[in-house]
Design a protein around this ligand. Structure first.
Ligand code: FEO
Length: 404
C-alpha cells in the first residue's frame, strides 16, 4: 500500500486486511477491511490510531511511515481515538519500539490501555475540546463521542485542512487497494462501498444509533472538509455524503426506513418455502421491493444489514421440535442485540404434527416492538385456502410498509 497526502502535514496510512478471519470474531469480511492510521507532522509528530498485528498490518504501517519520511521511533504522540484492539492490538510492540511516545486518549481510554496493555505511565488524558499544538499550524482538537463505537471513543480534528479523524465513525468494510479518496472511485465502486458501509454500520455500530446522532450534532459546528475514518474510504471531495449516509442509518433505529421488505426464510422439506411463494405474490401485487435471505445458508451479517434498512420483515420458518427453526432464533437474537426495532412483520410457517413456534417467536420479538400481522401457520403443505390467506397477508404487509 502507498502513503497518501491529505495536506502538506497530514498523511493517510492504511493496511488492507484480506483474511478468512471474522471481524470481531463474528462478521465475515470477504471483501476485506482497511485499518487506517494517520500521521500529522508539525514540530512534533502524532500518529492517530494504530493497528493490530493482523495480516502484516504493522509492516505496512512501518513502511508507509518511512515513505512519509519518518518512523515508529520518531512518533511523539500516539492518539488513540478508540481502544478496540483492531486499532490498538499492536500497542505493546509499539511502546517497546518507541520509548518516548505518549498515548493521548480519554479518561475511559486510559483505563482500557491499562486493562489491555498494562501501561499506566505514558498516557496523557484529554477531555472534550482540549487541544494539543504540534507546531507549524497543526493543532489537534479532541471531541468525546462516546459509544461510536465504545464508551471511551473520541474523534480528533485538525482545523488546518478541516480534517476529522473519526475512527469507527463513518467507516466501512471493504479493502481499498492503492486508492483511498472518494474522488478516486467510480460510481460502481461507490455502490459497492455503500453496501459495505451499511453492513459495517448494521454489524458494528447499529446498537448505538442515538450516539451517532449526538456525535454528528456535536461536530456540526466544525468546518469538516475531510472525513478520515479508520476503516474505509477517506472523504475529501464530498464529506457530506458519508455524514448524511450515517445520519440516515442512525435514523433507521427509530425514524424513517426504506419502504422495502426483508424476507428471511428457512425450510426443511419445501412446505414453508411453498407457502412463502404466495406471500411474495401478494407483495408483488402491491409493488413493494423485497429481498430474500435464506437461513442458515446466508450469514446473519448480510441479513442484519438488509433488515436494518427495511420497514417490513417476513419471517418464514417451520416449527422445529415444538419451537422455532433454530437458525431463525439466532437471527432474532442478533436483531435484538442490534436494535432492529419497530418493524412491520409477518410470520408464516408449516408444521408436521403440531405447531409451536408462536410462543418462542412472540417472546423473542416482544423487545423489538414489532407490529406483527396475524401469523399464518399450516399443517403439512399449503392448501388452496392457505394459499389465498398467505397472498392476502403479503398484500396487507406491503400496504402497511407503503403507508409507514
Ligand atoms: Fe474499528 Fe470498534 O473498532
Amino acid at each position: 500500500m502507498k502513503v497518501h497526502s491529505i495536506t502538506d502535514h497530514i498523511f493517510a496510512i492504511h493496511a488492507d486486511i484480506r483474511s478468512e478471519d471474522l471481524f470481531e470474531g463474528i462478521w465475515p469480511i470477504p471483501y476485506g477491511v482497511s485499518l487506517n492510521s494517520y500521521l500529522v507532522k508539525g514540530d512534533r509528530i502524532a500518529l492517530i490510531d494504530l493497528v493490530r498485528d493482523w495480516v502484516g498490518a504493522p509492516g505496512e504501517l512501518a513502511g508507509q511511515l518511512a515513505a512519509a519520511g519518518t518512523s515508529i521511533s520518531d512518533i511523539d504522540l500516539l492518539v488513540l481515538n478508540h481502544l478496540e484492539p483492531d486499532h490498538t492490538g499492536w500497542l505493546g510492540e509499539f511502546l517497546e519500539l518507541n520509548r518516548k511516545a505518549v498515548i493521548v486518549t480519554t479518561s475511559k481510554g486510559a483505563d482500557l490501555v491499562g486493562n489491555f496493555y498494562f501501561e499506566a505511565e505514558r498516557i496523557a488524558v484529554v477531555k472534550d475540546g482540549d487541544k494539543i499544538d504540534l507546531g507549524q499550524g497543526q493543532v489537534l482538537q479532541f471531541f468525546e463521542t462516546p459509544n461510536v463505537h465504545w464508551p471511551e471513543t473520541m474523534m480528533t480534528y485538525v482545523s488546518d485542512g478541516g480534517v476529522l479523524f473519526s475512527c469507527d465513525g463513518f467507516g466501512s468494510f471493504g479493502a481499498l487497494g492503492d486508492r483511498v479518496f472518494d474522488d478516486e472511485f467510480s460510481p460502481e465502486e461507490h455502490e459497492f462501498f455503500e453496501g459495505e458501509s451499511l453492513r459495517y454500520y448494521a454489524n458494528i455500530v447499529a446498537s448505538f444509533g442515538l450516539f451517532v446522532k449526538r456525535a454528528i450534532d456535536k461536530l456540526s459546528g466544525l468546518d469538516i472538509r475531510v472525513v478520515a475514518p479508520s476503516h474505509g474510504i477517506i472523504w475529501r471531495s464530498e464529506p457530506s455524503v458519508i455524514i448524511e449516509r450515517y445520519l440516515r442509518y442512525a435514523g433507521y433505529l427509530d425514524g424513517q426506513r426504506e419502504k422495502e421488505i426483508a424476507v428471511i426464510w428457512g425450510s426443511m422439506y419445501g412446505n414453508t418455502e411453498a407457502g412463502l411463494q404466495y406471500v411474495l405474490e401478494g407483495i408483488e401485487e402491491e409493488g413493494v421491493p423485497y429481498t430474500l435471505h435464506r437461513v442458515p445458508n446466508e450469514d446473519v451479517s448480510w441479513i442484519l444489514a438488509d433488515a436494518y434498512k427495511c420497514e417490513g420483515i417476513v419471517i418464514a420458518m417451520p416449527t422445529y421440535e415444538y419451537k422455532m427453526f433454530p437458525p431463525m432464533a439466532y437471527v432474532l437474537d442478533i436483531f435484538d442485540r442490534k436494535h432492529v426495532w419497530y418493524r412491520k412483520a409477518l410470520r408464516i410457517g408449516s408444521f408436521g404434527w403440531v405447531g409451536g413456534a408462536k410462543k418462542e417467536y412472540e417472546a423473542k420479538t416482544a423487545p423489538l416492538k414489532w407490529e406483527n400481522l396475524e401469523a399464518v401457520e399450516w399443517a403439512g403443505a399449503p392448501d388452496a385456502d392457505t394459499a389465498e390467506l398467505l397472498r392476502a397477508r403479503g398484500r396487507e404487509l406491503a400496504r402497511k410498509v407503503k403507508e409507514a
